[in-house]
Ligand binder design. Structure first.
Ligand SMILES: [Zn+2]
Length: 307
């Protein structure tokens, strides 16, 4: 089945997000099947960790949601990550609701992810989908939340439209990910029977829209006596821990705090005498699904004559 025609063909109707994924291939009416996105992406800071709240209505399917998250988190070259939060602030809430079809998701605007994913678990169960297939449906909806359109939209859905709360979205080609992609998780059809989650081009599209940034250490290069300095890292990998160190750290330097975070506070204690010492500040960044990386910054510790 494809999405209901009354939902897909009216420009004013929600454009993209009414999903019932039961066919065994991309939509038969599609004239092109290639990676597409709305033109609106999540900002570089917000994308590092999409916090997902699981509504009590769908708590029974927490395993399936975790598996859906793993599909996206399993691409180490991408700069996005999803995690589940049990309280506090969240970016996306997933609810179980008796919508038409299997799923409905909002799309990004103003640098934020689409904040609502609705899953009709009853429809999914009634149609006999297994847990793995339900995970794929949820992962497909999360793809909309971060800006993906249907790969097989052309000829079936309008180029421009809105989601259910009026956020605009077009259907732009994803840069550097051209070509037919019948196995895309973002096709309207086929998704619930995909054996391996993301297609090769899904991964390519994800990495091109949301590349993993190159982290760096920021802060002053010259440290002087009796002062406190703060070093930060930019573009910390999702879910990473940072272990700071200074090569051959002199006794006159101490770390006030910041171990295991993106910020390090350094105290330079009193030292007497005039000297200059070259040191190297290191930050070993370790992430749960990536190899570690060691960031480096050369610093100079300068003594002074103050007594
Ligand atoms: Zn969809």
């Amino acid at each position: 089945m494809k999405i209901p025609e009354n939902k897909s063909l009216k420009v004013e109707a929600p454009i993209i997000l009414q999903d019932k994924l039961m066919s065994t291939g991309p939509n038969a009416g599609s004239s092109k099947i290639s990676q597409s996105y709305t033109g609106y992406l999540v900002s570089s800071t917000n994308r590092l960790n999409f916090r997902i709240s699981i509504d009590p209505s769908i708590a029974a399917f927490t395993n399936e949601i975790n598996d859906a998250i793993s599909i996206w988190n399993g691409v180490p070259e991408s700069g996005i990550s999803f995690s589940i939060v049990s309280s506090g602030t969240f970016d996306i809430v997933i609810v179980n609701q008796a919508i038409n079809g299997y799923g409905l998701a909002r799309i990004p605007l103003n640098g934020n992810a689409g904040n609502l994913v609705r899953i009709n678990t009853q429809n999914i169960i009634n149609d006999g989908l297994n847990p793995n297939q339900m995970s794929t449906v949820i992962a497909h909806e999360l793809g909309h939340s971060i800006g993906f359109r249907h790969t097989d939209w052309e000829g079936v859905e309008s180029f421009s439209g809105t989601d259910d709360v009026g956020k605009p979205g077009d259907a732009l080609d994803v840069p550097n990910a051209a070509g037919t992609d019948v196995g895309s998780i973002m096709n309207m059809g086929a998704n619930n029977i995909l054996p391996n989650g993301l297609s090769t081009k899904d991964i390519l599209a994800l990495v091109n829209l949301y590349p993993l940034g190159t982290p760096k250490i920021n802060g002053t290069g010259i440290l002087r006596a009796n002062k406190t300095y703060t070093f930060t890292t930019t573009y910390v990998w999702p879910n990473s821990v940072i272990d700071w160190s200074i090569n051959g750290k002199p006794a006159s330097i101490s770390f006030a705090n910041g171990q295991g975070t993106g910020t390090l506070t350094v105290n330079v204690n009193n030292n007497v005498g005039e000297y200059s010492e070259d040191l190297e500040l290191l930050a070993k960044m370790t992430s749960n699904n990536r190899n570690y990386i060691i960031l480096s910054k050369y610093i100079i510790l300068q003594g002074s004559k103050c007594k």
